[in-house]
Design a protein. Structure first.
Length: 390
């Protein structure tokens, strides 16, 4: 086993994300043999006591193939229709292949709102847990038939990371046609070096992501790194590996090339995990150096340290906190609506009553509602300085 990693089978709960190109061939449709080999691997993990959740792409690609749609970009309504046809075939294929191992599959189709709205998130989490308790393997995809362009994940990398944090998984495996992270896109740069172990997702790592994407899948390296941020900051390790060989999970165990992203060493509460993983913060609070220091020291964000407020948000919405260098450093639940935040930005807490006409909260974001997101910059796991100050 490679440094820092533990064998897949030693994990408690694994989310495996499978890219469209692995499951669907443009000319011949579903790759049944590959799927069966994949299900052998899943059955083996489960026999060893590891729970498995699958985030399976391929609905749109499979629907295209079943409907014999010509190649080229689909309009939204066409891809929604393709997904409707493809998803039913995909679910059936998973269900049949897993049943060869006497494993029952359960289908969950999620929309962005199911993971971004706290109440719906808790509801979906409950269903996932219940399925696992019943010994079933959840097969998850985005509900592409109803997701519109504005309100959708669009890629299953980030969806899988969200599912991993939702399910409290300790490992997320992203299987696609890319075998891992390189210092530059390998097809463009002959000097690109492969990275086997990524202790922390630093701005340098983010810069390496480039835009690699294959024809069938929406997710390139960018969305994989975003997925890594969501997963690792919730204490979940992530592996990017090629799913091309039959038995891709076994191949990783046997030492196939893959990139491993270390989980952040500091556990945060489930609620903070949810806050940190929000995909689209409703607004931004730009803070000064003093506030940045205070946040890193575990303090709440006071209005005095806010230089600028952007976006429209209501109290309770998730907002991003932007540091002096323009990078996101934290996320939290806003204590005030955007309009009020603009009025009290840069002012002392004691002035709030006079400014707003009522005694408000002392903090713009209370420390209990705040999670540091950009702080695991260049920090190696196990260092004394923790990634989270909260
Ligand atoms: N949800 C899409 C599908 O099943 C795939 C998205 C992706 O490729 O990441 O077709």
């Amino acid at each position: 086993m490679k440094a820092g990693r533990k064998p897949l089978a030693k994990h408690r709960r694994i989310v495996i994300k499978i890219g469209s190109a692995l499951l669907v061939d443009r000319a011949t449709g579903l790759k049944s043999r590959w799927l069966e080999a994949m299900c052998d691997d899943i059955a083996e993990l489960r026999a060893g006591g590891t729970e498995v959740l699958v985030v399976s792409s391929g609905a749109i690609a499979l629907g295209r193939s079943v409907l014999k749609l010509p190649s080229g970009t689909l309009k939204l309504e066409e891809s929604q229709a393709a997904a409707a046809v493809g998803q039913i075939a995909l679910a059936r294929a998973w269900s049949e292949s897993l049943s060869r191992h006497e494993i029952v599959a359960g289908q969950i189709l999620l929309t962005l709102g199911d993971t971004e709205e706290r109440r719906r998130y808790l509801n979906a989490r409950e269903t996932l847990n219940q399925l696992l308790k019943m010994g079933s393997v959840p097969i998850i995809n985005e509900n592409d038939t109803v997701a519109t362009t504005e309100i959708r994940y669009g890629d299953n990398d980030r969806l899988a990371a969200r599912v991993a944090t939702m399910a409290g998984a300790d490992l997320l495996v992203l299987l696609s046609d890319i075998d891992g992270l390189y210092t530059a896109p390998p097809h463009l740069d002959p000097n690109a070096a492969f990275l086997e172990s990524i202790p922390a997702i630093t701005p340098e790592i983010e810069a390496m992501a480039g835009g690699a994407a294959s024809e069938l899948s929406r997710g390139g390296m960018r969305t994989k790194i975003d997925a890594g941020k969501i997963a690792t900051s919730a204490g979940c390790a992530m592996i990017i590996a090629s799913g091309k060989p039959d038995h891709p999970v076994k191949a990783i165990e046997n030492g196939a090339r893959s990139s491993w992203f270390a989980p952040s060493g500091t556990p945060v509460t489930a609620r903070k995990t949810w806050i940190a993983g929000q995909l689209v913060p409703a607004g931004k609070l730009h803070v000064d150096a003093g506030a940045e220091q205070a946040l890193k020291g575990g303090k709440s964000l006071l209005p005095a340290g806010i230089r600028e407020v952007s976006g429209e948000f209501s109290r309770g919405d998730t907002v991003a906190v932007i540091g002096t260098d323009g990078r996101e450093i934290a996320r939290g639940l806003a204590g005030y609506d955007a309009d009020e935040a603009r009025v009290i930005a840069g002012r002392k807490t004691a002035e709030i009553e006079a400014l707003l006409g009522y005694v408000g909260r002392a903090a713009m974001i209370h420390r209990d509602d705040l999670v540091m997101t950009g702080a695991h910059t260049a920090k190696v796991r196990g260092s004394t300085e923790e990634a989270y100050s909260a």
